[in-house]
Design a protein around this ligand. Structure first.
Ligand SMILES: [Zn+2]
Length: 104
């Protein structure tokens, strides 16, 4: 059982009370006109994800609480969460040598 604390409403509950939205901090292709984005850039934005062995940043939805998205930093080896932070907060630094989690 994984316990998650929503940084928005400060509720701590089992992971079944939340929904994982996958890797955090995925950047949209840099273009003001989506029609000018290459197919490769669109493909990578939509489908290519990091799958690190170690620390990983993820999006989570507080689906039974406040209904807001937030970020979490989790170790994929131990499944332990190391940080929860809001959408507008700066991400905490990753420990050295533990995955990229940056989405780039
Ligand atoms: Zn919440």
């Amino acid at each position: 059982m994984l316990l998650i604390t929503c940084p928005v409403c400060n509720v701590t509950a089992d992971e079944t009370e939340f929904h994982c939205g996958g890797e955090a901090h995925i950047k949209r292709p840099a273009s003001s006109d989506p029609a000018n984005v290459s197919e490769r850039a669109q493909y990578e934005y939509l489908y290519v994800r990091n799958n690190p062995r170690g620390m990983h940043r993820e999006m989570w939805l507080c689906s039974r609480g406040c209904g807001k998205w937030f970020y979490a930093m989790r170790d994929t080896l131990t499944l332990q969460f190391h940080a929860f932070y809001g959408i507008t907060d700066s991400p905490p630094p990753l420990p050295d040598g533990n995955g990229t989690g940056s989405g780039s």
